[in-house]
Write a protein that binds this ligand. Sequence first.
Ligand SMILES: *[C@@H]1O[C@H](CO)[C@@H](O)[C@H](O)[C@H]1NC(C)=O
Ligand SMILES: *[C@@H]1O[C@H](CO)[C@@H](O)[C@H](O)[C@H]1NC(C)=O
Ligand SMILES: *[C@@H]1O[C@H](CO)[C@@H](O)[C@H](O)[C@H]1NC(C)=O
Ligand SMILES: *[C@@H]1O[C@H](CO)[C@@H](O)[C@H](O)[C@H]1NC(C)=O
Ligand SMILES: *[C@@H]1O[C@H](CO)[C@@H](O)[C@H](O)[C@H]1NC(C)=O
Ligand SMILES: *[C@@H]1O[C@H](CO)[C@@H](O)[C@H](O)[C@H]1NC(C)=O
Ligand SMILES: *[C@@H]1O[C@H](CO)[C@@H](O)[C@H](O)[C@H]1NC(C)=O
Ligand SMILES: *[C@@H]1O[C@H](CO)[C@@H](O)[C@H](O)[C@H]1NC(C)=O
Ligand SMILES: *[C@@H]1O[C@H](CO)[C@@H](O)[C@H](O)[C@H]1NC(C)=O
Length: 605
Amino acid sequence: MPGRITFLLLALTLLLTACRAAIVEKHFNLTWVNANPDGLQERKVIGVNNAWPLPVLDVNKGDRLIVHVYNDLETTTSSIHWHGLFQNSTNEMDGPSMFTQCPIVPGESFTYDFTVDQSGTYWYHCHTDNCYPDGERQALVVHDSDAWFADQYKEEFAVTVSDWYHNMVEDITFLDLSKGQRRLPSTSSTMLTWIAALSPTGAEPIPDSFLFNDTINTKISVEPNTTYLLRIINTGAFVAQYFYIEDHNFTIVEVDGVFTEPEEASVLYVAVAQRYSVLFTTKESTARNYGLVTIADQVLLDGIPDTLVLNQTNWLQYNPSASFDAVNVTLNIVDENPGFDDYSLVPYDKEPLFENPTKVINLTISMGILDNGKPYAFFNDQTYTRPKVPSLYTALTAGEEATNEAVYGEYTNSFVLNHLEVVEVVLTNNDGGSHPFHYHGHNFQVVSRFPSYGEDFYSLSDDVSPSAFDPNNHTAFPTYPIRRDVVVVPPMGNVVLRFIADNPGVWAFHCHIDWHMRQGLAATFIEAPLEMQKRISVPDDHFAACKAAGISYEGNAAANTKDYLDLKGQNKPARPVPAGFEARGIVALVFSCIAALVGLAAIAW
Ligand SMILES: *[C@@H]1O[C@H](CO)[C@@H](O)[C@H](O)[C@H]1NC(C)=O
Ligand SMILES: *[C@@H]1O[C@H](CO)[C@@H](O)[C@H](O)[C@H]1NC(C)=O
Ligand SMILES: *[C@@H]1O[C@H](CO)[C@@H](O)[C@H](O)[C@H]1NC(C)=O
Ligand SMILES: *[C@@H]1O[C@H](CO)[C@@H](O)[C@H](O)[C@H]1NC(C)=O
Ligand SMILES: *[C@@H]1O[C@H](CO)[C@@H](O)[C@H](O)[C@H]1NC(C)=O
Ligand SMILES: *[C@@H]1O[C@H](CO)[C@@H](O)[C@H](O)[C@H]1NC(C)=O
Ligand SMILES: *[C@@H]1O[C@H](CO)[C@@H](O)[C@H](O)[C@H]1NC(C)=O
Ligand SMILES: *[C@@H]1O[C@H](CO)[C@@H](O)[C@H](O)[C@H]1NC(C)=O
Ligand SMILES: *[C@@H]1O[C@H](CO)[C@@H](O)[C@H](O)[C@H]1NC(C)=O
């Protein structure tokens, strides 16, 4: 009898869950539209169904999300990554081109169809070459009435912060110098600064402005003495931003989809692709309005044009007839990182430290140039070069050989992980800039970071060699390490991450600075390939997308279907600079030539 009751209860629970879960179905016709979100310059952006900003996706935990994408962009390929969603057993829906699918070429359709079994703050964005800086990105919020803080606020807001560029990505792609020349002379500060402020290792393009929720001068209307939930998402391509609310502290309750123990904070450092949810309570008086302040992390920029406004004020509107003043920012962000240290957060579920890793992956980050004179980024001196077949399709067609790293190619930074093993990734940053690293398909535990946020964050920036993590001599790991899906690695420092390989699939691990991704700062983690072959099936329209793009969907990284160990014909990066040549010299030479051409072009104009 008790058994039957249990069964009935179970059936009822399942039924209720099924009833609550909805199907959210969308048609995304990707189209070019014009937009002028910063009020400075109208430009062409990638819209959905002839509108931009893109639709915010609001779903409930457990919902099935179906998005039919049609690429009507004529000249630009696309794809959509659902940032932070694990795609557990639906790896083929993850979105990054040449990892789990072919790019969607103009005129093609592609359906993403998966169940959302997480809650919290996410976003979606194009994941094919550099395409999301052209506007194809937006918030994706997964509501959960069971969140521990669900009854603690009256209303919620989701806002994005992002860098913004007046030029089309194709015109600021700094890897392709010939394209740069084609567009000269340009009046955009992006272009001029890019040419003017080149560093030996390739300066990233400088944004033209910074947006708050895809516009400027936003006013969020609030009532006095009320608690709200604010979700903040950095959908930018490059620049991290500090965030604070004038004269209001707040309580962090979520990072990157992971609920946290409540922690009071006053300033956040939100790197690209990171998310925070905070609760804040308004004041009792409506006498004045208060600034929502964002400050671009100028330390990342190689030059700051006079026209670039780094600090922006938007407002909590208590009183529409009170004034809206810009906040005078006085934080010291140049010598230190005053953001709340996410490493000190504790996940609400108190999942303990994953112990005794059986796989350790050491990755050293560096930037440099290859013998074509162009700037690249490297893991262990190897720049990621895309395979000829999306790595997922290699894993699915390689049979037993799928467990052999070789079949994924020599230049894809591929690592095969065993099902359910504890994996440790040790990232050592041999670069004087910080980098936000993202892993698809998982949250990772951040078990160590050196130096931490705060006054020491930049203390190693000028060192000639990085500070390596010493597995035999380090500070104690946290008992309940914070988990998230994007972590910032300090200049010349290191972080140590751990996760369990419990999600069979091909998952990209990469720097989320979109320019660095394009420069090859990426690795491919092939998780449990034999399990993948049992669980993952790819719908026909995904293969149709490959056919339309002229890309093979079986075979090894060289598209060889006969002998998976024969990599002849695989894509290769340019060669290292020959010994004896000073990298700096080559870059200086290439760029002085460009500068001369710019000069000539300017005179000819
Ligand atoms: C997409 O939008 C374009 C521009 O409005 C239109 O011409 C085209 O028919 C639409 N395609 C689909 C499949 O809806
Ligand atoms: C942010 O922008 C989205 C769409 O662009 C809009 O739906 C939403 O209401 C905005 N949020 C706030 C708080 O203004
Ligand atoms: C503000 O809210 C608190 C608790 O909800 C209440 O005790 C207090 O009286 C309120 N103050 C005003 C001015 O409404
Ligand atoms: C915010 O927290 C800081 C540090 O705890 C404190 O000094 C400050 O007074 C608080 N500000 C407000 C507005 O509560
Ligand atoms: C900000 O600084 C400017 C110039 O220093 C000053 O005129 C203005 O009153 C200040 N604003 C506030 C809100 O303090
Ligand atoms: C912007 O903020 C930075 C960092 O707090 C500050 O040093 C700088 O003076 C601010 N600039 C302006 C124009 O307010
Ligand atoms: C990773 O680096 C540590 C420390 O240098 C070293 O002991 C270990 O053997 C390395 N592991 C691998 C798999 O390279
Ligand atoms: C361990 O690391 C600390 C801090 O870097 C250092 O002072 C100490 O000498 C190291 N101990 C050993 C045995 O290497
Ligand atoms: C994926 O799902 C399996 C159960 O089917 C679960 O054990 C595992 O923890 C999940 N992994 C992730 C990353 O969601």
